[in-house]
Design a binder for this molecule. Structure first.
Ligand SMILES: NC(=O)NCCC[C@H](N)C(=O)O
Length: 402
């Protein structure tokens, strides 16, 4: 049993006790080729198989003693009070940019007529114009409310850091509404609303930060990507709030990574798998630019110092270890290119030296095995089409301290 703390995440590798997932739902079946790019997908997963794969992921976690929570259930349980449900709907509707007010009313009536859990599933899946009896001409955009196919990447909309959460501001409009769910869970869910969970970042802050860029390297050191998805100004704000709170973190390393889809988030570039071991994207082995943020407690000021060095050097120095990097696909141009595309460096550690990976990345898995890492591989032919791996598909709420 956990202690009374609901959120406790002071590392990337401490034994995982509670995690939040989202089982892919009808939103996946609302993907069609014309909208893939805007909805951040590269292909259309076959939902039935994606769900089977996802259920295997959840089973592996449960078999390891991890409590698996589902986003959709947490949200539904947060909306039991009818006033809160009404507020939630107004907020979701305000952000789905429906122009005509009468259509907002139709949409609201349609959603309100459903039992709460079905309503949450529907908000996630998206609503077609014809579902609320509007005309849906062949050349007309069919959705009055867009689907949210990226929801199974629970890593990104909010992140648990220490005993608090960072409710993120997503870079893309298509993912921005996802963060409303986290807001309602932490403000209204009976288990969380009075648990005194601090919020280090808010979804209405002007700068973008996504959870795939937020890594907890130790109880002192956080790493955050300055990436395609996260602004460094946002990281300054996040760091200041954490430093001021008296949490154990005293350094935030901002990693300046290429702003491209292949690198997307910091966790596409590297993930921590043991006290001194990391999986890495071979494209990141040169000199990196890092800004190290620390806090001048006396004057209440964040201090920023620029550093340059290889990933190995930077990690070794700040974590006081001899960092060992495992290169995706062993660094071979073709193998690494292929396995990296399917998130070969995006591993989820469930305890030190024990990780969940995609089974299709078998060369990287073999190398991990040779390095005495226990690899639990999951089937991934459909899940991988959304461009995220096991770390992206999970949000740890509670890890045992190291
Ligand atoms: N942390 C991650 O790297 N998450 C993967 C997100 C994939 C999703 N299709 C996206 O582009 O946002």
């Amino acid at each position: 049993m956990n202690d009374t703390r609901k959120i406790n995440v002071y590392s990337e590798i401490g034994k995982l006790k509670t995690v939040m997932l989202h089982r892919p739902g009808a939103e996946i079946e609302n993907l069609i080729p014309e909208y893939l790019e805007r909805l951040l997908f590269d292909d259309i997963p076959y939902l039935k198989v994606a769900r089977d794969e996802h259920d295997k992921f959840a089973d592996i976690l449960r078999n390891d003693g991890v409590e698996v929570l589902y986003l959709e259930k947490l949200v539904a349980d947060s909306l039991k009070d009818s006033m809160i449900k009404e507020k939630f709907l107004d907020e979701v509707l305000a952000e789905c940019k429906v122009k005509e007010s009468k259509n907002i009313e139709y949409l609201k009536d349609f959603l309100k007529s459903m039992p709460t859990k079905a309503m949450v599933d529907k908000v996630m899946a998206g609503v077609r114009r014809k579902e609320i009896n509007l005309k849906e001409d062949v050349d007309q955009y069919p959705f009055i409310m867009d689907p949210m196919p990226n929801l199974y990447f629970t890593r990104d909309p909010f992140a648990c850091i220490g005993k608090g959460i960072s409710l993120n501001h997503m870079r893309t409009v298509t993912r921005r509404r996802e963060t409303i769910f986290g807001k309602y869970i932490f403000n209204h869910h009976p288990e969380y609303k009075e648990a005194g969970i601090p919020q280090w970042y808010h979804r209405d802050n002007e700068f973008a930060i996504e959870g795939g860029d937020q890594l907890i390297l130790s109880k002192e050191v956080l790493a955050v990507g300055y990436s395609e998805r996260s602004d460094k100004e946002g990281v300054f704000k996040l760091a200041e709030n954490i430093f001021k709170s008296g949490e154990s973190f005293n350094t935030v390393l901002i990693f300046d990574i290429p702003k491209t889809r292949a690198f997307m988030h910091l966790d596409t570039v590297f993930t921590m798998i043991d006290h001194d071991m990391f999986t890495v994207h071979p494209g990141i082995e040169g000199e990196l630019k890092v800004i190290a943020l620390t806090y001048d407690q006396k004057n209440g000021k964040v201090i920023a110092e620029e550093e340059e060095g290889t990933l190995e050097k930077i990690l070794s120095k700040h974590l006081n270890i001899d960092a060992k990097l495992i290169r995706c696909g062993n660094g071979d141009k073709i193998i690494a290119g292929r396995e990296q595309w399917n998130d070969g460096s995006n591993t989820l550690a469930i305890s030190p030296g024990k990780v969940i990976t995609y089974e299709r990345n078998y060369i990287t898995n073999e190398i991990l095995d040779k390095n005495n890492i226990t690899v639990l591989a999951i089937p991934s032919s459909e899940l991988s089409r959304g461009r995220g791996g096991p770390r992206c598909m999970s949000m740890p709420f509670y890890r045992e301290d190291l």
